[in-house]
Design a protein around this ligand. Sequence first.
Ligand code: DC
Length: 215
Amino acid sequence: MKVIAIDGPSGAGKGTIAKKVASILNYTYIDTGAMYRCVSLKSLRNNISESDEESITNLLKEMNIELSNDGKVYLDNEDVSEEIRTVEVTRRVSKISSIIELRKVMKIKQREFANNNNVVMEGRDITTEVFPNADYKFYLDASVEERAKRRYLQNKEKNISISLEEVKKMIEERDYDDMHRPVGSLTRTEDQIYIDSSDKSIDEVVKIIIDIVGE
Ligand code: DC
């Protein structure tokens, strides 16, 4: 089955772009960040300490995660699409995603999605760890200023009042965590196709990808 892998920092537009590319190609869209967020949410609900690595890894082994092509996320058959985006879940997910054993189990689950489907999969380590031999590997980037602005406007639409400065600080902290994890860190490599979306619209980036993939 074909795999289009997209990595990049938070707020670069990976989700929106991957979803559109998947829809045009009729591939399955897989948001791997949502999978880490499901583990974060369930560990919060079950009052598991974020340093209890074994219990957190076991949670993932037992949970059922379903991802629909319109971006909806189901945890044990419950729609958690909104709840996994709260500040509480987001804060905890950085710590959780540094658990090495958890990442091993995650990798197995993520690879299973491509057993019977062509996939567009986005995250931080998809081009390097999960599918290093993917058919196409993209690194989608944008300046910190631009990413903060986009996230700030998204928040405003949802009536979440966080200042632009604060959003920028949170993005910078997450960039640091994502790039300095001992395993599965966000890395740029020679064989990724690098796209800087800072001054491009969503549709322009989608077109660049579709033209390269050539279908
Ligand atoms: O893409 P996102 O912001 O929803 O991802 C949530 C967190 O999950 C992010 O802080 C890093 C982590 N993550 C990861 O470690 N590996 C991935 N492949 C995807 C996400």
